[in-house]
Design a protein around this ligand. Structure first.
Ligand code: NAP
Length: 251
C-alpha cells in the first residue's frame, strides 16, 4: 500500500470532486463497518447499533455509516473523551465513556440497552471492554431473552481474546460473527467503494485526514498524537521523480 507505483487488475473511477487523500483514506475504515452491517449482521431499518471503539477512524465512520444504512439508533462507546464529544454530531444518539470502573460501565451499558435493545454490536476493541459489554447485556438466569444480539468482531484494539461466560449464551440469543479479509465477495467490495466516495463528495461521510510524504513514513509510523485522524502516505509524484532523475543526469 505504500509503493510509489503498483499494478492493479481493476479500476474504480475516483470522482473528480474528491481529493486524492480522502479517496485513499476512506475505503478500508469505511468498509470495516459497511460490509459487516450489510453482509454479516444484515441490518434491518430502524435497528439499534452499538459501536464499541467508536472514537477511532473506523468507529467514527461506523457511526455515520450505520445511520446512512438505516439504523434507528446508534450508541457510541469509546475511550477518547474529546472525540467522544464529537460523535453526536456524526449521528450518535448516545455516547458512553470507557473511562470508568467496570461496574459503572456495565450499569451505563445496561441502562442504554434497557432504553432500546442492542440489535447489532460492531466491535473494534474485543478484550476486556467486550467482556464487560457481554456481561452487561446478557442474562444470568433461566429466563432467556428472546431478542437477537448480532455481535460482529472487527478489530482487537483492547486485546486478542475474551473470556465468555457459558450463561451468556444460555440466557440470550447472542450471535457472534467476524468480518475481515475473507468471506465477502470482491464484487460487494467494488460495489461499495464508489458509494462511500459518493457520500464523501456529498458531505454525508466525514473523515479527518493528514497527508504525509512517503519520505517521512518512519516518523509517521511512530507518531502517538494521531487520534481519530487517518495519516495518508503520499508517494513522490511521477513528475518529481522525472525532475530528480533529470537533475541527477545533468549534474
Ligand atoms: N476487520 C476489518 O475489516 C478491519 C478494517 C479496518 C480496521 N480494522 C480494525 O479496527 C480497529 C480500529 O481501526 P481504526 O482504523 O479505527 O484505528 P484507529 O483510528 O487507530 O483507532 C483505534 C481506536 O481504538 C481505541 N483504543 C486503543 N486501545 C484501546 C483500549 N485498550 N481500550 C479501548 N479503546 C482503545 C483508540 O482510542 P484512543 O483514541 O483513546 O487511543 C482509538 O479510538 C483496529 O483493530 C483495526 O485493525 C478492521
Amino acid at each position: 500500500m505504500m509503493a510509489e507505483r503498483t499494478v492493479v487488475s481493476w479500476r474504480l473511477p475516483i470522482p473528480d470532486a474528491l481529493d486524492d487523500v480522502t479517496a485513499a483514506a476512506l475505503p478500508n475504515p469505511a468498509l470495516s463497518s459497511w460490509l459487516p452491517l450489510v453482509w454479516r449482521a444484515r441490518l434491518e431499518p430502524g435497528e439499534t447499533v452499538l459501536i464499541l471503539g467508536a472514537t477511532g477512524v473506523a468507529g467514527r465512520l461506523a457511526v455515520q455509516i450505520a445511520r446512512h444504512l438505516g439504523a434507528g439508533r446508534v450508541v457510541a462507546v469509546g475511550r477518547n473523551p474529546d472525540l467522544l464529544k464529537t460523535l453526536p454530531d456524526l449521528g450518535a444518539a448516545a455516547t458512553i465513556s470507557l473511562n470508568k470502573p467496570d461496574e459503572e460501565l456495565a450499569a451505563a451499558l445496561k441502562a442504554e440497552a434497557n432504553r432500546k435493545h442492542f440489535d447489532i454490536v460492531l466491535d473494534f476493541l474485543w478484550g476486556h471492554p467486550t467482556e464487560v459489554l457481554l456481561d452487561a447485556v446478557t442474562g444470568h438466569d433461566v429466563k432467556a431473552d428472546s431478542r437477537r444480539i448480532r455481535l460482529v468482531e472487527i478489530g482487537e484494539m483492547a486485546g486478542p481474546r475474551i473470556s465468555l461466560a457459558a450463561a451468556a449464551l444460555r440466557s440470550s440469543r447472542l450471535e457472534i460473527y467476524g468480518s475481515g479479509g475473507g468471506g465477502i465477495s470482491y464484487q460487494a467490495i467494488f460495489d461499495t467503494i464508489p458509494q462511500v466516495w459518493a457520500l464523501a463528495v456529498s458531505g454525508k461521510l466525514r473523515i479527518d485526514t493528514e497527508g504525509v510524504p512517503l519520505a517521512s513514513v518512519e516518523n509517521a509510523w511512530l507518531r502517538e498524537d494521531v487520534h481519530g485522524r487517518r495519516l495518508v502516505i503520499i508517494p513522490q509524484q511521477p513528475n518529481q521523480t522525472l525532475q530528480a532523475t533529470a537533475a541527477a543526469l545533468s549534474s
